[in-house]
Design a protein around this ligand. Structure first.
Ligand SMILES: *Cc1c(COP(=O)(O)O)cnc(C)c1O
Length: 354
């Protein structure tokens, strides 16, 4: 007997709600701030944890025409939604398999070194982008290597560089801008791109032909002056799995780290560190979930799939009721010690709709 397909699973007990209208509004805001430059989008790490399938079509419809990922595997997924020629792979090409895939797919590598340039040219290459390292010392060709014949032979669409300190006031920003300006005349290219999201706020001198925001699209605030302009995009909710009454002196969770000071009602909630709610977010005395106006403090350690909250503020809540996970990114970052980038990109796969 052939096995029949199992029925679709019931609705999940946790959910990520992505406000694609807010995402599109953030892209338009950043596009306006980019002045005459075009505005792309960093969509690496599954759109910073929010899901390519939801975010990339919304960005495309808003008018975005340039998409940046780190890995070829990510590019293949983004290419389901946009023209492959509009996708740039920041890690570049380090194997011939990657070159072959780039040529077969039409997805464009960002060449990062003379070695990558040689590999790309040897196999027929064609149109590519070039990352110039102006001081972050991460990926990219050193300005001193721009004269390398393999680099000079590239057909470069976009010459890029990346700012190390755009989210702070630092003399490094002006130094990198000057180094990029110096480098550009030394290599043929059609367009230039320097600013990430925070770099857009540094002024039009940083925008060149194309900006590349990421975090700010998804509701993060890389610089204080952007706080009023960026709309929140992600909302996370989790359901109560069980409610119990515990006596004074009983403990909650692994390693019995919380001891009830009096009899209390608690709820076990369907969210854990595997979903990206890391233990750093459950610091006793700080963190809480919410229901309407009620604040429900987290008790004890965050488990892989569960956390326990104090129901004192709303003892009538029951199994299946939904609680809201605070996701004001700048604030959650301050409280947890995690960066806004980490808070987004660690969102777990169980939360993402595909
Ligand atoms: C991730 C990334 C971006 C986007 O940066 P944000 O700080 O999220 O705006 C832009 N350019 C490059 C090269 C990146 O790696």
């Amino acid at each position: 007997m052939p096995l029949s397909a199992p029925p679709p699973p019931p609705p999940a007990t946790l959910r990520l709600i992505v406000d694609t209208r807010a995402l599109a509004a953030n892209w338009r805001t950043l596009d306006r701030l980019s002045g005459d430059a075009a505005t792309g989008a960093a969509v690496k790490a599954d759109c910073y944890g929010l899901g390519v399938a939801q975010c990339v079509p919304a960005l495309r419809e808003a008018g975005c025409g340039a998409f940046f990922v780190a890995h070829w595997s990510e590019a293949a997924i983004v290419a389901r939604h946009v023209d492959p020629a509009s996708i740039a792979v920041l890690h570049g090409v380090i194997t011939s398999a990657e070159v072959d895939y780039a040529m077969a797919s039409g997805i464009v590598p960002v060449v990062n070194s003379p070695e990558q340039a040689r590999l790309w040219n040897e196999r027929g290459g064609g149109r590519c982008h070039l990352m110039i390292d102006t001081g972050i010392n991460r990926l990219g060709i050193a300005p001193a290597d721009l004269g390398d014949p393999a680099v000079q032979a590239l057909d470069i669409e976009i010459a890029l560089s990346h700012l190390a300190c755009a989210d702070e006031e630092s003399p490094m920003n002006a130094r990198q801008l000057a180094a990029f300006r110096d480098a550009l005349p030394r290599i043929a290219h059609r367009r230039a791109s320097l600013a990430n999201g925070a770099g857009i706020a540094l002024g039009e001198g940083y925008a060149f032909d194309l900006t590349r925001p990421g975090l700010a699209l998804y509701g993060g605030v890389p610089r204080d002056e952007m706080a009023e302009m960026i709309d929140p995009v992600a909302k996370i909710e989790a359901a109560i799995l069980q409610v119990r009454d515990i006596a004074k002196g009983e403990t909650v969770g692994y390693n019995a780290q919380y001891t009830a000071p009096h009899a209390m009602r608690v709820a076990t909630v369907s969210l854990g560190y595997a979903d990206g709610f890391l233990r750093a977010r459950g610091r006793p005395g700080h963190a809480a979930l919410h229901h309407a106006d009620a604040r429900l403090p987290i008790l004890g350690k965050v488990s892989m799939d569960m956390i326990v909250v104090d129901l004192s503020a709303m003892p009538g809540l029951k199994e299946g009721d939904w609680l809201e996970v605070p996701f004001d990114l700048p604030r959650a970052a301050l409280e947890s010690g995690l960066s806004q980038y980490e808070l987004l990109t660690t969102i777990g796969a169980r939360l993402r709709q595909t």
